[in-house]
Design a protein around this ligand. Structure first.
Ligand code: PSV
Ligand code: MN
Length: 427
């Protein structure tokens, strides 16, 4: 299934009058406050958020999975699904593959399909947290950190193979997330596990093409419940620094212990030029992988406030981070959930663009705590939805993507094309 420009246009006609009124009102307020509204709209339009190939079907817990039908059965169908999102929001112009869940069988055809839909390939992800059928060496006790050299070599070779697939598709980064760690005190020598991981990563790093980046993701627990080898941003940052200039830390919002100040982590990494990528999701308790912005939208705004500060700071050299959603959909339609996540990310970005940086710095220098909070919250409490709708409209997208998705009967049509009982690869 594909969504045509005419179909989007027809949907937009229903909302256009109301949108025009909302946008004109907001634009005049923002202009009066000194903002360049056209510049804001084009910045918002250009933010593209990659969709992971493993998030297009129903997720699940270890108790159950409740698929809603019409799930993509192949990589091609996954790309088509991302194409549907992009046709509606013009902001999902990239897909991130997880290998071996989504090995391209014919890379040039896969690339051509993506190209036709306006999509590029974001970072490729390796998987050394599951054993594949007939795998010679098991990852039960780790991969890059394993005590057995043969297992480590197997995991290193897998990462190098993933780089090869990425090269065929035009990706420019490899994301490594390790489940390595221990479930019980005493099980692992922490220092030796770190050193083995570092040595393995060095081999992967040396196989990276010159214009590629290596993203090192961290996570405090799960699937190991006592220790994780790359448990936090400090450990990832240490590895990235030791490896070299192509290695960066990747922040996944769900990979923090409760109440961690993620915005401060972002600020430090950007200051050091080592923030490589972002996995967006939201959570209440752990790595819940919920819709972005559904639980803690203010935290998301504070994170974006630091991201915008970092990206616009002329003294900084941090490359533009790779933006990706990393969520799971247990009760919602995956495509609707992804549309909501992209919207939430862009809302936080737009609000962060409204922060008056000069005034904020002046308030900070004067220790004017009240005014610093006023400035931030003034931006956060601005209803920027018309700016996002305008950015989509100008780019040929839908004023209201979720409503358009429903009005066009997308899921119904996917079910009739693919069937009710299809299963998409992923977790
Ligand atoms: C691990 O929890 C993670 O966040 C990593 O990014 C994985 O690659 C992804 O989820 C999919 O399992
Ligand atoms: Mn992740």
């Amino acid at each position: 299934m594909r969504i045509l420009a005419d179909q989007v246009g027809e949907q937009n006609r229903r909302h256009e009058e109301r949108h025009r009124g909302d946008f004109d009102f907001l634009a005049s307020r923002l202009s009066a406050d000194g903002h360049d509204v056209d510049a804001l709209v084009s910045k918002i339009a250009s933010l593209q958020i990659a969709v992971p190939s493993w998030a297009l079907g129903a997720g699940g817990t270890r108790f159950a999975r409740f698929p809603g039908g019409g799930e993509p059965r192949s990589l091609e169908e996954k790309i088509l699904d991302v194409g549907l999102l992009h046709a509606l929001n013009r902001s999902s112009g990239a897909i991130s593959l997880h290998i071996p869940w989504d090995i391209p069988k014919n890379a040039s055809e896969t690339k051509a399909l993506a190209n036709e839909l306006g999509l590029i390939f974001d970072a490729v992800n390796s998987n050394t947290f599951q054993d594949q059928p007939d795998q010679e060496f098991s990852y039960k006790y780790g991969s890059l950190a394993h005590t057995d050299k043969s297992v480590r070599k197997h995991a290193i070779d897998h990462n190098i193979e993933v780089i090869e697939y990425g090269k065929q598709l035009g990706s420019k980064a490899l994301t490594v997330w390790l489940a390595d760690g221990s479930c019980f005190p005493g099980q692992l020598n922490f220092a030796k596990a770190f050193q083995r991981t570092y040595a393995s990563l060095q081999e992967i790093y040396s196989a990276l093409p010159h214009d590629w980046k290596l993203f090192i993701e961290y996570k405090p627990y799960e699937p190991n419940f006592y220790s994780t080898v790359i448990q936090d941003w400090g450990t990832s940052f240490l590895l990235a620094n030791k490896l070299g200039e192509k290695a960066f830390t990747l922040v996944d919002l769900g990979h923090h212990l409760p109440n961690t100040n993620i915005e401060q982590i972002v600020a430090t990494l950007m200051m050091e030029g080592k923030l490589g990528g972002f996995h967006f999701n939201d959570s209440k308790y752990g790595d819940d992988d919920l819709t972005v912005g559904s639980i803690k939208p203010y935290q998301l705004f504070l994170i974006f406030s630091e991201l915008v500060y970092g990206m616009e700071n002329p003294a900084y050299s941090n490359p533009t981070p790779a933006w990706m959603i990393d969520a799971s959909h247990n009760v919602k339609d995956p495509l609707e959930d992804l549309l909501q996540s992209v919207e939430a990310i862009k809302l936080a970005y737009a609000q962060a663009l409204l922060v008056d940086r000069d005034e904020l710095e002046a308030a900070r220098e004067n220790n004017d705590t009240v005014m610093a909070q006023e400035i931030l919250q003034n931006a956060y409490r601005t209803d920027v939805r018309p700016l996002l709708a305008e950015a989509r409209l100008r780019a040929g997208g839908a004023i209201d993507p979720v409503r358009a998705f429903r009005a066009l009967g997308v899921r119904k049509q996917l079910i009739s094309e693919r069937g009710m009982k299809t299963v998409s690869t992923g977790l």
